[in-house]
Design a protein around this ligand. Structure first.
Ligand code: FEO
Length: 407
């Protein structure tokens, strides 16, 4: 097949692939995505940074060859840099090495070297150089600086800075699962991209928030942050203006939240739903923003996205057989998995339920929410169908939750 490489700077090309028809990535709903890889031409060495996912080799290979043709050079890669080993960025690493230069130098973090072998079981015969923060590689008139970035988002994650151009190849960090024909941030609205980056951060990076804070401090203290003129992640658009995304990462990673409450509910006979809507009215009456999710229809990945910058949540599920309605369970597991405690934000929670005749949902939801780091400040447990008095109580509890988060 034919596919064009996209020039980002002199001798620097995007050679990734567009996965137009992908709609889920390990349970995370996406509108397609890209797996970004980059080819950098030094005066002495040509470097491939990262790789692509299964089923994508032909498109990738065509783009790599096009970059060589644009540069008027033979198809030979001298150096492979692997910033992270997850399969969406490494599936064809071995095949690419075999095709473009079995004697090439290979660089990765020590964890990445182990993880490649654990996943593919065919790397142990290759000599891969372990690199970490402080290591550099001269490729002829250009320098690659390696920056360890553990837990951003795997223990093996690493950034590579092309020093002279100030291009930070950040792998998953700063990425977005979006799928477009153009490659740069400036081609799409900033608000849209930051929202997609928030979804990405919330679902894939939140757990690494303490490491992110340390990394941003380190980059600031070493002055490296001022050298970054462009951020080239492994998914989505390339940030030619890195300021806004770095600022957002700093906020998300340190628990900065809005006066916003995410209301999440499920319902059997619309009673818990009535409570959800009244609680939302109460919150809104205090001028606080509400995002509402109905778990029969909505995905937990979107819920997680909004909880990231919410100061509180209101969570509702009816009681079924003395337990929370099970459809809420998928979202609860996601909530526990991402672990918002890592951001340092302290989020309040109101739990509500139509308990039928007996109840039981609230006790379990409270245990689970507290384990996930939320402070349960109030509950509302209602017999069967709420009457007007109960709806008024729900309104007031929503208003009280809103007042509790306002500065
Ligand atoms: Fe995009 Fe951790 O892989």
């Amino acid at each position: 097949m034919k596919a064009k490489a996209v020039k980002m700077a002199d001798g620097v090309y995007w050679v990734g692939v567009i996965h137009w028809n992908s709609r889920t990535f390990h349970g995370y709903g996406i509108p397609g995505t890209t797996y970004n890889a980059y080819l950098v031409f030094g005066e002495e060495k040509t470097v491939l940074i990262d790789n692509v996912y299964r089923g994508m080799f032909e498109q990738f290979d065509a783009r790599v060859k096009d970059a060589f043709e644009q540069e008027g050079k033979d198809f030979k890669i001298d150096v492979f840099v692997q910033n992270h080993s997850e399969m969406d960025h490494s599936t064809f690493l071995r095949q690419t090495i075999e095709e473009y230069n079995p004697d090439a130098e290979i660089y990765a973090s020590a964890n990445c070297i182990k993880f490649l072998e654990n996943q593919y079981h065919n790397f142990s015969d290759l000599e891969i150089n372990a690199v970490a923060t402080g290591d550099e590689l001269d490729i002829g008139g250009r320098t690659l600086k390696f920056v360890s970035a553990p837990m951003l988002h795997w223990p093996d994650s690493m950034f590579t800075l092309l020093a002279e151009e100030g291009i930070l190849f950040s792998n998953d960090a700063f990425g977005q699962h979006v799928c477009h024909s153009k490659r740069f941030d400036k081609d799409y609205s900033l608000d849209y991209l930051l929202r997609e980056a928030q979804k990405y951060y919330a679902n894939l990076v939140t757990l690494g928030s303490p490491m992110l804070r340390m990394k941003l401090n380190e980059l600031t203290e070493t002055g490296l942050i001022n050298e970054i003129k462009m951020i080239a992640p492994c998914h989505g658009q390339i940030w030619t203006n890195p300021g806004p995304i770095v600022e957002k990462y700093s906020e998300w990673g340190s628990g900065v939240c809005k006066d916003k409450i995410t209301v999440i509910y499920d319902t059997m006979h619309h009673s818990t739903e009535k409570l959800a809507f009244q609680i939302a009215e109460g919150i809104m009456s205090e001028g606080v923003e509400v995002e509402m999710y109905f778990m029969q229809e909505d995905g937990p990945d979107d819920v997680i996205t909004d909880i990231l910058d919410s100061k509180a949540i209101a969570l509702g599920a009816p009681t079924m057989m003395n337990k929370p309605f099970p459809r809420i369970g998928n979202m609860m597991y996601w909530l526990d998995c991402v672990n918002f405690k890592g951001t340092g934000s302290e989020k309040n929670a109101l739990i509500f339920s139509s308990k039928g005749w007996g109840g039981g949902a609230i006790a379990k939801l409270q245990r689970d929410l507290e384990e996930a780091g939320f402070t349960v400040t109030d509950t509302l447990d209602v017999l069967f169908v709420p009457d007007e008095d109960v709806l008024a109580e729900a309104f007031e509890k929503g208003a009280e939750l809103a007042r509790s988060i306002k500065e």
